[in-house]
Each structure stands twice: as structure tokens, then as C-alpha cells.
Design a protein around this ligand. Structure first.
Ligand SMILES: Cc1ncc(COP(=O)(O)O)c(C=O)c1O
Length: 389
């Protein structure tokens, strides 16, 4: 399908080849392996003289379709799909980094990614330096001769801070290092980091790409030669996405644009409601004028995303009473679901992050993260209102 087609059309019309049954909807290729006509075809296929599926740890028609869609949505040359977002993050890191390398990362990253930096990087002699998202002028001074890449999430999890992608890519180009962006909170519908100069873009497909809280998945897309290395690492180590999950996720991508529009509309209304509530200490949402990086968000994002961060007055007790009084919304650690989810990052997704790091990135004991769902906005707000008392 040509590149000129619109996002929604690519999402719906990018499909695996039709089989002899002329099916309209893509079938599920639940097969671990593929067969060859003869010894020569088998040899040529494994020697990569022939492009075809060999074994589902390497590739599979459902996975290929999902990856192709994400590449078209992100404007990427190539991609590889993983069993989870963390498999995508880890496999990208493990491929790009050698012992003795250094990484510069935004300090506010997903808790498990932070855990990789602090718990496992040191044992492989890989060093990481962090920059505060509100002090981007410090980034350049952190770069060393052995820095391999700069890593950031935007918007960040859970604080929904935003960082200027053009600014990051200018720094990376100047110092000849790679730019790796976790684009999970934005989705490819709202933001395309590659168009701003990123080399690799990672997603947890578990979130809005699935959108219905059913399957885990991850994907890394970007420059062909880099993805080739990630593919070679992954076909040896086995973090591949299952064909079933790829089939579910590819179907979900067909509705990503319409779903995301509605999630963002509800999230903005929730943010506006919270901003006017006397029991709310602060609210952050990229498309609220009060967001510190509002102008940057407007420049690089189509809409503000589905996540709202805020703090209830009254510290730990205030937060606890809010969560205990929630009636309809779900208390869960996931996000990007049809159901509105309220999360307490300090005790769940970021529980293992050191207290001083949590404080530095604004995760207080009373911080709440809301993933706006697709219920009627009046019902969501009614629940939040009664929970706030
Ligand atoms: C920004 C971000 N990156 C990566 C991940 C990891 O994704 P997964 O749970 O699919 O492994 C998450 C999960 O919440 C996330 O929010």
C-alpha cells in the first residue's frame, strides 16, 4: 500500500495476502513452523537468499502484518514485534549496548525500564546518566565519548511530562549518538518521533494499541540497519510476539485513530474537571494550558493523550480515601483500556524506584494517574467527583 494513504486507511487496509479461501478478514496463522518444497528451498531460505517465513520465532504472517502497519504509522523503515513492551525495551538495549557503554536517559521513565538501568546495567558495566525533564539544558553536558544513545519517554509515565523531540534529535546528531524514544503514551496516531529525527521508536502494544486490556505486546521500529541487529538478537534469544497476539493487535490498530480521538476527548474533560476541583492540589495533562510543556506538546502531538496525572489534597490519607471511594473506575496498574483506570504509581508501577528519584520526578505519595477510558464522560466524572468527596 502506498505511503500517501491516510493513517486510518493504512490501519484498515494493510493486510496479509489473501489465501485460496478469499477471506475478507485476515486468518490466524497459528503455526510455529513453515514447510519447504525441497532441500534447496530450505537451504536458500535459511541463507536468506529467499524472503519467506521460516519459523515463528523469526517471523510469522500475522506478526509481519502488525509490524508493517506500525512501520507505516510511524514512518519507519523496518520493525520487529515482541511478547511485551519490556521485551522490546530490553532487546533494543541489549542489541545496541556493549560492556563499557554509557546511556543518557530521562529520569522519569517507566519503573521497569528504570529497574533495567539501575539493577542490571551495572552488572554488565553499562553506565547511565539521568537528566530531569525540566532541566533539558543539562543534557549535553552528560554526553561522554562512550555514550551510545539518548533515551526518553514523551509523555512520560506517570507524570505526563513532555520533551521536545526536535531538540533531542539535534543534540544526538551533533554528538553522533542514537535517539531512542518510548512512544507508548502518545501512540503513533498522536506523535511520530522518527519524523523528528529519532532512530528507534518503541511501543508497549499492551496499552492503547490493543486498547481493550487483552494481550501483551511490544514493538521496535526504526532504521533498517538497526532493526536488522535487533532482529538478529531476538531470533537467537526468543522474545517474539505470538501470532495470536499479533492478530488481535493488528485488528485493534484498525480502530486506533477513532478510539484515541475519544480517549483524548475524555482525558481533556477529566483534566479540566480536576483543575477546577478544590480537593485537587495539581493536575497535569499535555493539552492543558497550565502544563509546563504545553507549547511543545501542541507542536509535536496531534492531541494530548489518554493519561492525566494529578494529586489529591491530604497526602497519603487523601489519596487512600480517593482510591477507596472509587465505585466505577478500575483500580489497576494497566492503562490505555476502554475502561477508565485509576492507578497509584508510588505503590504500584513505580514502587521499586528509589524514594529520592521518585521525589525528583514528581511521583508523590498522593499522585494519581488516570487512564481515560471510553465510558460516557458524565459517568467517569460523576465517579471521580464522588470519590473526591
Ligand atoms: C511507557 C512504558 N513503556 C514500557 C512499558 C512496558 O510495557 P509492557 O507492560 O507491555 O511490558 C510500559 C508499561 O506500562 C510503559 O508504560
Amino acid at each position: 500500500m502506498s505511503q500517501e494513504k491516510h493513517f486510518e486507511t493504512l490501519a484498515v487496509r494493510t493486510q496479509s495476502e489473501t489465501t485460496q479461501f478469499s477471506e475478507h478478514s485476515v486468518p490466524l496463522y497459528l503455526t510455529s513452523g513453515f514447510v519447504f518444497d525441497d532441500a534447496e528451498e530450505m537451504r536458500a531460505s535459511f541463507a536468506e537468499e529467499k524472503q519467506r517465513d521460516l519459523y515463528s520465532r523469526y517471523s510469522n504472517p500475522n506478526v509481519n502484518e502488525f509490524v508493517e502497519k506500525v512501520c507505516l504509522m510511524e514512518g519507519a523503515e523496518s520493525g520487529y514485534a515482541f511478547a511485551s513492551g519490556m521485551a522490546a525495551v530490553f532487546s533494543t538495549f541489549a542489541t545496541l549496548l556493549d560492556a563499557g557503554d554509557h546511556v543518557v536517559s530521562c529520569s522519569s521513565v517507566f519503573g521497569a525500564t528504570h529497574g533495567l538501568f539501575t539493577k542490571y546495567f551495572p552488572k554488565w558495566n553499562i553506565e547511565c546518566s539521568y537528566f530531569n525533564i525540566n532541566e533539558t539544558e543539562t543534557i549535553e553536558s552528560l554526553i561522554k565519548p562512550n555514550t551510545k544513545f539518548l533515551y526518553a519517554e514523551t509523555p512520560t509515565n506517570p507524570g505526563v511530562d513532555v520533551i521536545d523531540l526536535d531538540f533531542l534529535s539535534t543534540i544526538c546528531k551533533k554528538h553522533n549518538i542514537l535517539l531512542v524514544i518510548d512512544n507508548c503514551f502518545a501512540t503513533p496516531y498522536l506523535q511520530n518521533p522518527i519524523k523528528h529525527g529519532a532512530d528507534i521508536v518503541i511501543h508497549s502494544a499492551t496499552k492503547l494499541m490493543d486498547g481493550q486490556g487483552r494481550v501483551l505486546g511490544g514493538v521496535a521500529v526504526g532504521k533498517k540497519e538497526l532493526i536488522r541487529e535487533i532482529y538478529l538478537f531476538s531470533r537467537l534469544t526468543g522474545p517474539a510476539m505470538s501470532p495470536f497476539n499479533a492478530w488481535v493487535l493488528s485488528k485493534s490498530l484498525e480502530t486506533l485513530a477513532v478510539r484515541t480521538e475519544k480517549h483524548c476527548e475524555n482525558a481533556l474533560k477529566i483534566a479540566e474537571f480536576l483543575e477546577s476541583h478544590p480537593k485537587v492540589k495539581w493536575v497535569k495533562y499535555p493539552f492543558l494550558k497550565s502544563h509546563p510543556q504545553y507549547e511543545i506538546a501542541k507542536k509535536q502531538m496531534r492531541l494530548g493523550g489518554s493519561i492525566v496525572a494529578f494529586e489529591v489534597e491530604g497526602g497519603v490519607e487523601g489519596g487512600r480515601s480517593f482510591f477507596d471511594n472509587i465505585k466505577m473506575c478500575s483500580l489497576s496498574a494497566n492503562l490505555g483500556d476502554t475502561r477508565t483506570i485509576v492507578t497509584h504509581p508510588a505503590s504500584t508501577t513505580h514502587a521499586k524506584v528509589e524514594p529520592e528519584v521518585k521525589a525528583a520526578v514528581g511521583i508523590t505519595d498522593g499522585s494519581v494517574r488516570i487512564s481515560a477510558g471510553l465510558e460516557h464522560i458524565d459517568d467517569i466524572i460523576a465517579d471521580l467527583k464522588q470519590a473526591l468527596g
